[in-house]
Structures are given as C-alpha cells and as structure tokens.
Design a binder for this molecule. Structure first.
Ligand code: BGC
Length: 764
C-alpha cells in the first residue's frame, strides 16, 4: 500500500489534450453549460455516453480514448465513457456494499480494499449513526481509489431465507431497511461521491434472475418492496438508482416507465440518473424511453441500436437528450470532473479499526445460559471445533465480494486475546482445510470428528467453541440443505456438548453465516450461541472482543429465525432446490412455463417475515428484533406527546445489570380494524441507547407521523390512515412487549399514481 500508483487519469487527460484539436466553438463541459454541450454532441457521442465502456467485450474497434478509459481504475465494475471533444471525463462505477469492490486485474497495479461487515450485520446494529459512519469510511476509501459512484447500498427485502444475496440486503422489514439505506447513502455521499441504490425493484431471488417475472400486487410493492427506495430517495437523494434484472408484472424493471418515471421521478421526486444492472433488460430503446438513462456495462451493439433508432426515427432524439442531460448532471458532481487527485492510499489501518468495532455492534447473542459468556478468567484453554473457525468467512461471493488484504479467523482472534487454542484439534482442522484454503473462502462442508478426540479435548481444555459457517452469493439461491445443519454438523454439536457437559465444561456455538439457518432443533444443546454474521476482514477479532467481554453484544435480529423453512408463506412460491441454473444473459422472452423460475407469484402479499409469523402467532426459533446482552435493561412506562399530528413516544431505559451495554428499543403499532386487513403489528420506529453504565438511564424518543401508519388501498390507489385508537407498543423484540400506550389518530388519505398493476391473468 505504500507505493503510489501513477495517476492514470492525469495521463489520460494529458493524452486527450495532445491528440484532440481544440476548436473555439466546441464547448467544454462545465456545471452550467450542459444544454450547450448536448447541442454540440453528435448522436454517436451521446450513444457513447449512455452505453457504458464496453470493456467486457473488448471491442477492438473502439476509439482510442475509449480503450484508454478501460485502464482507469482497472477492476472497477463499470465506466461512463469519456467524450473528450466536449470535455467529458471517464467516470468510474465500483461495487459495494461491504466496502469498495475493485477486483484485482492481471498485469495492473492492484490495491486491497477494506472488507467491512455485510449489510445484514450492519442492520443488526439498528444504529443509524454507526451505519452512516461506516458509509462515510467506505465512501472515503472509494474516493481515494478514484471511484465516482459506489454501486451500493442494496435494499431488497429478505422475502425468503434462501435468496442467495440476502447477505447484501438489510432486513425483512422495510422501515429498518429504509433507515439503514438513508444512513448508508448519507455516509457515502458526504464524501461528494455518488451511490447507486439497487436493485430497483422486487429482485428477491437469484434463480433465473435476468428473466424472472415477479408477480406482485401494488400493495405489497408499495408497502414492502418499494418502501425503502421511497424513503432513501425522499430523504437522501442518492445520485443514482440501479434498476433490477427481473420483470415486475410482465415488464422488465429497466424498461418500465411506470416504475422509473411515474413513480420514482414524478411521484417521489428523484433527481438523479438511473442505470441498468449489468446487462439487464432486453430492449435498449425501451430502457431509454422508460427513463433508464445509463446502459451498463455496455456493448457496441447497444450503442448501435441507439444510433440507428434515432437515425430511422424509432427513437426520439429528445428522449436521448433528456437521458444525456441526467448523465451530465451526474458527471459534473463527480470528483473526477472536479479534478480530485486521489492517491490510492487510504488509511487502511484506521478503516480496519472501524470495521472491527462496527462488527461487534451487529453481532447477535442468541443464547447465554448461566452467563456462559463472556469467558471468565478460568476459560483460558479452548478446544476450537468447526472447519470455518480456522478459515472465517468475511462476506459473501459475487459482486459483493471485496479484494481484502486479509481475514482474521476465529483462531487468530482468540490468539490475539491470549486465549490458548488446543494445538491438536487445530492441526486436525488445518490439515482438513488445507487443500481448499489457498486464500479462498469456499469450504462449508464440515469434517466428521471422532468422539475419542472430542473426549481428549474435553479433558484437556476449559471449554469448547464450535463455528458453523455458510457462504452464498450472486447468481444462485441457497438450497434447503444449506439452511439445515448437515448430519456431520448435527453430530458435532451433539457429541461436543454431551462430552464437554459430562466434564462440566461449557460449549459456545458461533454462527459465521450470511443468511438465516435452522436453529430450533439444536439450540438447546450449547450453553451460548453467538450469531457473528460475516463480519468483514476483522471478523475473528470482533468475535473474540465479544467472547472475552471487551465488547458487549448489542445487535438484534433484522429478520425472523423460523422453526423451519416451510413456515414462511413465501416458501410456497420460491425456487427451493430448483435445479435450473440460468445465470447471465440468457434472455428467454416472457413465458409462464416454470413456476418460480420463469415467474414467481408473491402470493403472500404483505405477509413477509414477522408480519406473517406474528399475525399467525406461529412459533419461531428467534423472533424479529431479538438479541441478548451481557447486561439487563429495565423499560420505564412509555409516555406520549403530540407535535401537531406527529406522535412522540418517550421511554426511559435503565441498565440494571453489572456491565455497560446498549439496548435497541423498538416501537410496534397495532392498528384498529379498518377496510384493509393488516398485520397484527408493524415496526414504526426504533432507537438505540448510548453505552449505558450500570445504573445509568437514558430517555429514548420514538416518533411516528400519521402517514407512516398508512396502508395502501389498491381500490383507490391511495395511502390510507384509518382514524381511531392505535396501540403503540414499546418492545425489546417483536415478541417481547415492554409497555404500551393508546393513541388517537385522525384519518388521512394520500392519493398516488395507479401503476404497476397485476397482469390480468393474475388478478384475483
Ligand atoms: C449485480 C450488481 C452489481 C453489478 C456490477 C451485477 O451482477 O447484480 O449488484 O453492482 O453486477 O458488478
């Protein structure tokens, strides 16, 4: 990291100045001459700007300045082509969300990026300030590596536990997702770089993701799948939005004017540019007309379509100009346009400290019988089981992966805290891991462990820790065998707990996972369970900080852990264990042949996650919003005030235990009966205390606007808040109410556009 890369941008700019004659009449892009520049641009140049840099197809005939731009931040996911004749620089788009996702490229100078915790862990912090801070740091790192727009955050809803990309998404709840998205975008954009909030919208499975037709009601769209996008657009004005691959009610998201123009721009007031997901959609002209301004990562054929479309009159140049204008408005805000001199030398040490500390705040203590954790001074010798303990997963795979400098395993994390890990057990696992290690984080398959070895370990150590790991990613959904513990894993937890308990020694399970797994059948066995998620490159250190009590866990679940998979209503309509593997641009055309592959019916409507489990009063393994602490909290009686129509709930939280800790306080609202059916309750606000010392109290203020209580009435295309008495419940989880107040709410209605309706064949 000490060697500074030559600033390629400088070279490119210099080359342009030398090779292109400057005419006095040709305007050069400035913040205030966009119209003039558009007038001066040829249709070929406009197409160049709209269609990304074509580098993936290595278009040998591309103009020299375009080829040159491929070298600008090599390894970034995309680029907006430069148009040097009118002073438009190449603008760089790079992945996220768990950091700056620049991949290593052979033959180029490569740099590591800090691997931060996955989004699911960030939302488990329930701490908007923390997430904003992580966003600030990720944005700083991206900017220092020459990135103009970070392709993050991803705000799709956890509709089903097996979606392969849930780790990149925040939660099953739209309010929590929306608040996290606002914090993340505000953080990143505070660096004066852009974000791309993705994937817009209803992209909740990976199976056949480029073609799948999401069949979803306007109500479920509005209340569940679009809500976080709406919040982030209205509160943070992200510079860009990325449309999703899938169709929504028959029309590709990227070709859907109702989605991208009527709703996003006209109704919500989005001011930025929309880009496709990589090779998303099928018809470039339809994308342009819909208001999808940027076609990424771009092919020469797509550019030709636009040029020919304008020339033969099938594509109105005014539409092209409208989209070009939005791209130019984006470009003039970028660091590259402003000549920012990045040095490829961000403060990696400081960023590592931030990821380490942030990760501890999103880990969820699921079980802690007899205060098994934190470890006492007597717990010094640990038998460490589970292959993943020695090869921790820092995050998931696909575009959300990060070229990190290292990953701290649990082994290293424990050693760093002077905990002695049994060498013999370590040697067995390291030999098992070796063939696949090679820097790759792919091994999940557990190793069978002989009971004689476990007995030896129980006699020679103070306690045992077992890690179970899971990793998933883009293109493929998880399979049900990934949700359940394998037979080998079940044997391991059974034998280790039985044998260690016989010796009066405790067992802790750590879950190094990116999505929900089954816990009901085995959770009684160990003394403690810590859900560490995939916690970034410092993961092992963060876990050790919690195990040793240097940090007190304060994370709570952003989704439900069900008893079993089929308890989710969405399990009836999700590609569970589908053998079909259609990854990339296999465009099949619209068919309704194979259920859950060609099309997926969101039959459950708004009953996603706890909205379903709590309404049906189904047993769950761990409820939404659940998480333990090393201390205890007392909730005072909630009180209510009004500020106009706004309802303000105040509740005092007191640390009644022996160590300092933070509590996440949730506000659920139960609506009176009205025209529409509703979940028994919905999360409407939340807050987190500061670090409270033993005996210390803090007043938490939770506010709700009447509009936040509205449900979407499809019959009238309106958000409707019924008048009447609402119960406001202050709670420690969706199943742990701690106090409530009744509040009178006046009725209100907000009419909006009647869009995105169900196809006739699917209407009830
Ligand atoms: C993913 C996006 C990502 C893009 C660029 C796509 O495959 O769906 O999330 O930003 O690639 O890497």
């Amino acid at each position: 990291m000490t060697i500074l890369k030559t600033n390629i941008i400088g070279l490119v700019a210099a080359a342009m100045i030398v090779s292109v004659p400057v005419s006095a009449k040709i305007p050069k892009l400035k913040a205030n001459n966009i119209d003039e520049v558009i007038k001066a641009m040829t249709i070929e140049e406009k197409a160049d700007l709209i269609v990304g840099a074509r580098m993936y197809h290595q278009d040998e005939n591309a103009a020299p300045h375009i080829k040159e731009s491929w070298k600008v931040v090599p390894g970034a996911a995309g680029r907006v082509n430069p148009v040097p004749r009118v002073g438009i620089p190449c603008v760089v788009l790079s992945d996220g969300p768990a950091g700056c996702g620049i991949l290593p490229v052979e033959g180029e100078e490569n740099y590591f990026c800090t691997h931060f915790p996955i989004e699911t862990l960030l939302s488990s912090t329930w701490d908007v300030d923390l997430v904003k801070n992580v966003g600030e740091v990720i944005g700083n790192e991206a900017k220092e590596y020459g990135v103009d727009v970070l392709l993050a955050p991803a705000v799709n809803i956890h509709r089903h536990p097996l979606c392969g990309r849930n780790f990149e998404y925040f939660s099953e709840d739209p309010l929590l997702t929306g608040k996290m998205a606002v914090a993340y975008v505000d953080g990143v954009q505070s660096n004066d770089i852009g974000t791309s909030v993705k994937h817009f919208a209803a992209n909740n499975q990976e199976t056949n993701r480029m073609n799948n037709n999401t069949i979803v009601s306007p109500r479920a769209l509005r209340e569940i799948y679009l809500k976080a996008f709406e919040m982030v657009v209205k509160e943070s004005q992200p510079w860009t939005i990325m449309s999703s691959y899938n169709r929504i009610n028959n029309v590709y998201a990227s070709e859907n004017p109702e989605l991208i123009t009527t709703l996003l721009r006209d109704e919500w007031g989005f001011k930025g540019a929309v880009m496709t997901d990589w090779w998303g959609g099928a018809d470039g002209a339809a994308q342009m007309i819909a208001g999808n301004d940027m076609i990424e990562p771009g092919t020469k054929e797509q550019a030709a379509h636009i040029i020919n479309g304008v020339k033969n009159g099938t594509l109105d140049e005014a539409i092209v100009d409208r989209n070009v204008r939005r791209i130019l408005e984006l470009i003039v805000k970028t660091p590259r346009f402003k000549g920012y001199k990045y040095a490829n030398n961000p403060d990696m040490k400081a960023h590592a400290a931030i990821t380490r500390q942030s990760a501890t705040e999103g880990m969820v203590l699921l079980k802690n019988d007899n205060q098994a954790l934190p470890l006492s001074s007597k717990d010094r010798n640990v038998a460490l089981f589970g292959a993943v303990s020695y090869n921790f997963f820092s995050g998931g795979t696909g575009s959300g992966d990060i070229n990190r400098p290292y990953v701290v395993s649990l082994l290293d994390g424990l050693k760093n805290q002077h905990i002695v890990v049994d060498d013999n057990i370590k040697a067995i696992y390291q030999a098992y891991n070796k063939p696949k290690e090679q820097g790759e984080q792919k091994r999940v398959e557990e190793m069978p462990m002989d009971t004689a070895i476990i007995k030896y370990a129980a006699q020679n150590n103070d306690m045992a820790i077992i890690t179970f790991g899971r990793i998933s990613g883009e293109y493929i959904d998880r399979v049900s065998s990934d949700f359940f513990l394998s037979e080998t894993e079940q044997e391991l937890v059974k034998n280790v707990t039985r044998i260690f308990h016989n010796e009066n020694k405790k067992v802790v399970v750590v879950l190094n996972i990116g999505g929900v797994i089954e816990t009901q059948s085995w959770k009684d066995m160990p003394d403690a369970i810590l859900l560490s998620w995939q916690a970034g490159q410092e993961g092992g250190n963060s876990v050790a900080d919690i195990l040793t009590g240097h940090a007190n866990p304060s994370g709570k679940l952003p989704m439900t852990f069900p008893v079993t998979l089929s308890d989710h209503w969405s399990s009836l309509n999700f590609p569970i264990d589908q053998k079909i593997d259609r990854r990339w641009s296999v465009k099949t055309g619209l068919t309704h042949d194979t259920k859950n592959v060609d099309y997926t019916v969101y039959e459950e409507g708004i009953y996603v996650g706890y909205r379903w489990f709590d309404t049906k009063d189904l047993q769950v393994s761990y409820p939404f919003g659940y998480g333990l602490s090393y201390t205890t909290f007392e909730y005072g009686r909630p009180s209510v005030k009004r500020d106009g129509e706004k309802v303000i709930i105040e509740v005092a939280i007191k640390n009644t235990g022996k160590v300092a800790g933070k509590e996440v306080v949730q506000l659920y609202v139960e609506a009176p009966p009205g025209k529409l059916d509703k979940p028994v309750h919905e999360l409407k606000s939340f807050g987190k205390t500061k670090l409270l010392q033993p005996g210390e109290s803090q007043m938490i203020t939770l506010s709700v606007n009447p509009d936040d209580l509205a449900s979407f009435d499809e019959e009238t295309s309106a958000w409707v808040t019924d008048g009447g008495k609402y119960k406001f419940v202050v709670a420690a989880s969706s199943r742990n109410p701690r106090g409530d107040v009744m509040v009178d709410v006046s009725p209100s209605t907000r009419k909006v556009n009647n869009v995105l309706n169900l196809p006739a064949a699917f209407k009830k």
